[in-house]
Design a protein around this ligand. Structure first.
Ligand SMILES: Cc1ncc(COP(=O)(O)O)c(C=O)c1O
Length: 418
């Protein structure tokens, strides 16, 4: 029995069966590569679902962890430590927002943002304004797995087994301005969006829809809350996805790459929204601890020192262009989209998409599939063109070899759809 087999056997007996793991045991990593127990290297184009911005074994992260773990790992939020003030300074400057709350994960940051919106609406009501408690979220949205986050997440499979969910959420058709207008009223306390939907299939908001959401929220005092947990912290070539649109939210949430692999989330908001929160209303034992903050500072400083926003734009643009030329050669690719290093190729068959992910894995390249048919690439920000070339060559080979077997579904779909 291999070590992997032993671990699988114990996990299948002892863990809740929430995950269908791929049969690989990773033991290390360097740069954009993960290393398995046999010493084989895998090109990681997923970076732990959009987390490992600096890849693996980055000296800046190792140094920050070593230094901070020797000094202080945890204090709770009852006392001061050195990290939060400096990190809040960097994050507020880069997001254009005024205040920060540090959490641990994406869903926890989002959960807090929802609480902030309801508390803010309550404050406005106490000041005589007419504003309700309803959330408008978007179809295909994904905001996390805790109750509020799950309740504002679109797909029924995430919500229904856990019903009843948090009440007061209505879903608007993605990028449908008329639907947004029809569903918006002064009953709404917040409009919830991802600038570029992640789990929903790497789908950017349209400029018109985003601008309308901003205008509607402003018209009543409702908050525009933008979830940047997947797109934020530089993945798209700017610190936040909304910065590509020139639209400023009232609240945003960050997590995934924020501390380069150490759990850390953040809610950022305007001074106006922050009026709603007072001591004791919200909190966390671990959030914004010294270790996570020290690593986040190292991540931000490295992104800037090494020009990784520009790298994300440049290599991401190259990735997109290469995928487009691949799409020109393979009918199975029906769309290519993304921004920076948040990139997707949509296929015409869910079975083919599944097979492509498995075949890439056989070639030791990690990608995944979201929304059934969308091949998703969320690589580390240190990705180089040569890594893109390797991925494109593998995709080309796989589609050449296998796409024909799925052409029946392709033809049926085209015939039915036009
Ligand atoms: C946009 C978005 N929001 C929230 C979350 C939830 O983050 P976490 O898994 O850290 O709770 C995710 C995770 O994929 C996400 O992509």
């Amino acid at each position: 029995m291999t070590k992997l087999d032993q671990i699988r056997a114990v996990e299948s007996r002892l863990l809740l069966s929430t995950y269908e793991r791929n049969p690989i045991l990773f033991v290390g990593g360097k740069g954009v590569h993960l290393i398995d127990e046999q010493g084989d290297q895998y090109l990681d184009l997923l970076s732990g679902i959009g987390v490992n911005a600096l890849g693996y074994g980055h000296p800046a992260i190792e140094e920050a962890i070593a230094r901070q773990s020797r000094a202080l790992i945890h204090t709770s939020n009852l006392y001061f430590h050195e990290g939060q003030a400096e990190l809040a300074q960097l994050l507020t400057e880069r997001t254009g927002l005024d205040r920060v709350f540090f959490a641990n994960t994406g869903t926890e940051a989002w959960e807090g943002a929802l609480k902030l919106a309801r508390a803010h609406a309550g404050l406005l009501r106490s000041e005589g304004k007419q504003i309700g408690t309803k959330f408008l979220a978007l179809e295909q949205s994904f905001h996390g797995r805790t109750y509020g986050s799950m309740s504002t997440t679109y797909k029924a499979k995430y919500r229904e087994p856990f019903a009843p969910v948090v009440p007061g959420v209505e879903f608007v058709r993605f990028n449908d301005v008329a639907d947004l207008r029809a569903k918006f009223s002064n009953e709404v306390c917040a409009i919830l969006v991802e600038a570029i939907q992640g789990e929903g299939g790497i789908r950017p908001l349209s400029q018109e829809f985003f601008a309308e959401a901003r205008a509607l929220a402003t018209s009543t005092g409702a908050l525009l809350i933008v979830d940047e947990i997947q797109a934020g912290m530089g993945r798209t070539g700017k610190w936040c996805g909304y910065q590509h649109y020139g639209i400023q939210p009232d609240v945003t949430t960050l997590a995934k790459p924020l501390a380069g692999g150490i759990p850390l989330g953040a809610i950022l908001c305007t001074e106006e929204a922050a009026r709603a929160i007072h001591a004791g209303m919200h909190g966390t034992t671990f959030g914004g601890g010294p270790l996570a903050c020290a690593v986040a500072l190292a991540v931000i400083n490295t992104i800037e020192k090494d020009g990784l926003l520009a790298n994300a734009s440049e290599v991401g643009g190259y990735f997109l262009a290469q995928l487009r030329s691949l799409a020109a050669r393979h009918d199975a690719i029906i769309d290519v989209r993304g921004k920076g290093l948040m990139v997707a190729a949509e296929l015409d068959s869910a079975d083919l998409a599944k097979l492509v992910v498995a075949e890439m894995l056989k070639r030791r390249i990690l990608i995944n599939c979201t929304s059934d048919t969308v091949l998703r690439f969320l690589p580390p920000f240190i990705l180089e063109r040569s890594h893109v070339d390797a991925a494109i060559a593998a995709l080309d080979e796989i589609l050449t070899e296998h796409a024909a077997a799925f052409s029946g579904t392709q033809i049926a779909r085209t015939a039915g759809g036009q």
